[in-house]
Every structure is written in structure tokens, then in C-alpha cells.
Write a protein that binds this ligand. Structure first.
Ligand code: AHR
Length: 510
């Protein structure tokens, strides 16, 4: 048995940002078609949105959704997806070699968002397109009425402006795979031109400039520096993307992937601040981690290489990863990292929402179910409230192949001053040993454990399937004790746990 102590400092790091619990809907595979949208499905509403999926999206607690891509956006014409459906063109999507029917587009997405109280994060095509089309899209979406494009929106059945606040200036423009890929200087200048013109229309927009599509990109660091030299004054956020997977059966390294996310965030924040200092700007940019998840990319690459070419299909089944218990523990840990960095990361999107590397799976005409990774997301989105507090772990460490020596547990703690609710999120990254964690919570007036759940299993590779959708679920945590404000919890190996606490009845809350 290992032992760790959590020291809680009541100084807040930052508020829990609503946008931390974002997701991503791309026109890719079956995320839109037969994912969130399937007009013939028995649960479909009059708009064609799947009701069973909508219920799961609500339960997941998704707050913000990035749309319509992803790599897809760099070849997309938004006009194709608005107006009468029978007049919408069918097009090739070069990014995923699929056919896009355009039966679902911008206005449908906005109707779907509104029905679920989700904030849209709209991505612009800066691959095949640029400034003029971005301004057109902004006018169509946000201008009240009385102009050519806003009146088109009204004529299409949307009298109220969509009022989209957050806009991504392209997608992964550093990647050679991106349609219209640019070098950092050219992209920075293009993004700055678009950003300045958009803010002439509405200075309160929040604009996200593309950072690197991963910390392993050869241009990582230099890309951020150059792009921000061009855009620092015109944008509000810089993006980060990261996908993780278990390599060659190395579970120990995989469980510690959040240490990579920690380093990535710290490096981008430091790079942005260095540019700000050079430019003598007091304002600090915020980070938008707008694509993150577990994704078995190397497995898909190998499968794709072995398969005969079979493309230009509508909504094909692509990258439909089935997630394990270990994947869910890693996802829970990535959320802990995002929360701990709430002073810099103010928005994040798990990629993607349905079917494509997703927490929600569906069968056309059939059921929808929760993957293992659904659970840590839903429980964190529900329990993380108020402020993230500073914590320090005195904990054992262990060696890993890919990340060196890492602390065995990792944790984040939130506290809501309004009702005194406290939530502790913690992982045990050991592959084989239990860990006892104690925490002195007396300063937080935590008198009662209101909920304590653990996601773990004797088989770290167990998965949920259509026939066994609840094989992997969080269960009441064993061995959680609270005595006089001192908490003790025994955490199994390969586990993610949430413990929620509240003040006692007789304790006044501020
Ligand atoms: O989420 C899948 C893809 O991953 C996105 O289209 C792209 O932006 C990233 O490389």
C-alpha cells in the first residue's frame, strides 16, 4: 500500500470555467450523420435530432461545442449548408475522403445548440477561403437583420441572430495535412487580417488563433512565437490540440499522459507570455485546449494502410475507438490537468462528441450508449463548481518509460463558496498498488461526504459495447472516511475517483 497527503491551500487558482467542459462536432464519419442527426431514427425530434443522443449530451454536461471541424472546415463552404435542403449541393470532403450531403448545416447546428443550452464555438475556413467569407459568415450569423446576409438567415427561418461569441481562426494550420496549410508567418498575417476585420464588426468577439496541432510538431514553440508576433493584439486565445494513446502495451506510461498535457500547457503559456513581454503588452492571452482526448491513431494508421481504398462514402465508420477503463482513467486525469490550469486554460473541447473518438456511441436506427470515458467527463462537469483551489500532493513517485519519474497520484479540488460544496478529483496511476490518500479539509467546512465514486476494474481493458453498455461504470467508492474534517480514501490501482463533500446542517455558509 502506498500513501499520499494532499495539502489544500484555500487560495483560489481561478474560477471553474463553464467552457472547460466543451466538446467538438465535426462533419467527420458518423459524428453528425447518424450521430447527433438522424431524421429517420425513432427518437428523432421534428428537426431530425436524435432524442436519445440529446439526452446523453445533457447528462454528459457539455457546455460548449466546436463546429464544423477540424480538418473538414478547411475545405468547407458554409453557404452549402443553409437554405432549403433540396437545393443544397452534395460535395466531396477532401479531408476525410467522404461525401458531404449538407443536409445538416449551420442553422441546424445552432438550433441543436440552443435546444441543449450549449454555446457554439464556430471554426472558420482559412484553408481554401479567407477574409471575405469569414466576414460574410459573421454577418449571416450575428447581424440582427436588414442586410443581404442577415436577411437570408431570417428568410431561412432564424429571425434572431445566432450571436456567436467565440470563433476559431482556421484549424491546425501548421499541419502539412491541412488543406491550405501555411507557414507560421503567412498564417499569422492572414489570421491577423481576419481577426482585425471581424473585430471592426464586433469588438466583443472572442477569437482563437491556431497554435500547434500537437507538442510533437517539429515547429512547436517557434510556430506559437511567430503567429503571436503577428496576432497578439487582435486575438484572445491560442489553441492547443493533443491526443494520447497507449503505445506497445506500456500501460504505466499511458496512465501518466496528463504530465505531458501539464508540460504542454505550461510551455504554450510561457511562449505566449514571452511574446507579450517582447511586445510590452500587459494583457495575457488565454489558452483554448480545443481538441483533446485518447485516440488510437497508430492503430488506425496501420488498419488504413492494410485496407483497400474504399472512400467517398456518406458518413462512413471512421476512428470509432472503443474505450477501456484505462482510457477513462486517463481522460479523468486530463480533466484534472485542465482544472488545475484554469488560470490559463479557459476553454477546452473533448474531441469528438458522437461516434468519432467519442464518449457517446450510436447505432443507425438503434440505441445510443455511454463509452467508459463518458463517466469521468460527466461526473467532473457536474461536481466541479466554484473555484479551483491550490493543492499540493506529498506523494510517492514511480518511473515511466515515456515520461520519466512521475507522481503516482494526481488531484484537483474545487470549492463553491455559495453553498460550501467541495469536490476532490483524484487518480491513482499505479498499475498494481493501492494508495491511501489523506487530506485535511477542516478549512473548507467539509463535514459530510455527499457522494464518492470510483471508476476502476480488475480488467483495465474492459469496455462498454452496444450489448453490454454498462460493463464499465463508476461505483460507490469503498473506504472513504471523513472524521473531524480529515478525509482518508483508499484508491485502487488504475482508478479515477470523485469525492463530493458539504458542510453540516448546523454550519453556516457565507
Ligand atoms: O478530431 C479529429 C481530427 O484531429 C480533427 O479533424 C483535426 O483537427 C485533428 O487532427
Amino acid at each position: 500500500m502506498l500513501h499520499a497527503s494532499l495539502h489544500v491551500d484555500t487560495t483560489p487558482i481561478a474560477p471553474v470555467h463553464r467552457r472547460t467542459f466543451g466538446s467538438f462536432v465535426e462533419h467527420m464519419g458518423r459524428c453528425v450523420h447518424t450521430g447527433i442527426y438522424e431524421p429517420d431514427h425513432p427518437t428523432a425530434d421534428p428537426h431530425g435530432f436524435r432524442g436519445d443522443v440529446a439526452a446523453l449530451v445533457r447528462e454528459l454536461g457539455v457546455t460548449t461545442v466546436r463546429y464544423p471541424g477540424g480538418n473538414f472546415v478547411s475545405g468547407y463552404r458554409w453557404e452549402d449548408g443553409v437554405g432549403p435542403r433540396e437545393q443544397r449541393p452534395v460535395r466531396r470532403d477532401l479531408a476525410w475522403h467522404s461525401i458531404e450531403t449538407n443536409r445538416f448545416g449551420l442553422d441546424e447546428f445552432m438550433t441543436w445548440c440552443r435546444s441543449l443550452d450549449i454555446e457554439p464555438m464556430m471554426a472558420l475556413n482559412l484553408g481554401t477561403r479567407g477574409l471575405a467569407e469569414a466576414l460574410d459568415l459573421l454577418e449571416y450569423c450575428n447581424h440582427p437583420s436588414g442586410t443581404h446576409l442577415s436577411d437570408r438567415r431570417v428568410a431561412n427561418g432564424h429571425p434572431r441572430p445566432h450571436d456567436i461569441r467565440m470563433w476559431c481562426l482556421g484549424n491546425e494550420m501548421d499541419g502539412s495535412w491541412q488543406i491550405g496549410h501555411l507557414d507560421a508567418r503567412s498564417y499569422g498575417r492572414k489570421a491577423a487580417r481576419v481577426a482585425r476585420a471581424m473585430k471592426m464588426a464586433d469588438r466583443d468577439l472572442e477569437l482563437v488563433v491556431c497554435g500547434s496541432s500537437g507538442s510533437s510538431m517539429p515547429t512547436f514553440g517557434a510556430w506559437e512565437s511567430t503567429v503571436l508576433e503577428e496576432t497578439y493584439d487582435a486575438v484572445d486565445h491560442i489553441s492547443l490540440h493533443a491526443y494520447y494513446e497507449e503505445h506497445d502495451g506500456d500501460l504505466g506510461s499511458f496512465l501518466a499522459e496528463a504530465t505531458d498535457m501539464d508540460r504542454f500547457i505550461d510551455a504554450v503559456a510561457a511562449t505566449a507570455d514571452a511574446v507579450g513581454a517582447r511586445l510590452r503588452r500587459p494583457e495575457r492571452l488565454s489558452l483554448s485546449f480545443d481538441e483533446w482526448n485518447v485516440w488510437y491513431q497508430s492503430r488506425h494508421r496501420a488498419e488504413a494502410a492494410a485496407r483497400p481504398t474504399d472512400d467517398w462514402r456518406i458518413a462512413p465508420r471512421v476512428i470509432e475507438d472503443r474505450y477501456t477503463v484505462a482510457d477513462a482513467v486517463v481522460v479523468g486525469n486530463l480533466l484534472i490537468s485542465l482544472l488545475r490550469h484554469s488560470d490559463r486554460v479557459t476553454a477546452a473541447c473533448q474531441a469528438q462528441l458522437a461516434n468519432v473518438i467519442a464518449p457517446i456511441m450510436t447505432e443507425p436506427g438503434g440505441p445510443a450508449w455511454r463509452q467508459s470515458i463518458f463517466h469521468p467527463f460527466a461526473l467532473t462537469a457536474r461536481a466541479a463548481r466554484g473555484h479551483v483551489l491550490r493543492t499540493e500532493l506529498r506523494a510517492p513517485t514511480h518511473p515511466t518509460e515515456r515520461h520519466g519519474t512521475v507522481p503516482t497520484p494526481d488531484a484537483a479540488l474545487t470549492h463553491d463558496e455559495r453553498d460550501g460544496a467541495t469536490s476532490l478529483f483524484v487518480v491513482n496511476r499505479s498499475t498494481d498498488t493501492h494508495l491511501t490518500l489523506d487530506a485535511d479539509l477542516r478549512a473548507l467546512a467539509a463535514d459530510t461526504v455527499t457522494d464518492a465514486r470510483t471508476l476502476t476494474d480488475t480488467d483495465p481493458y474492459a469496455v462498454n459495447t452496444m450489448d453490454a453498455p454498462d460493463r464499465v461504470v463508476p461505483r460507490p467508492a469503498q473506504d472513504v472516511r471523513l472524521e473531524d474534517g480529515r478525509l482518508t480514501a483508499v484508491l485502487p490501482p488504475v482508478s479515477w475517483t470523485v469525492i463530493s463533500l458539504a458542510p453540516g446542517q448546523d454550519r453556516p455558509t457565507p
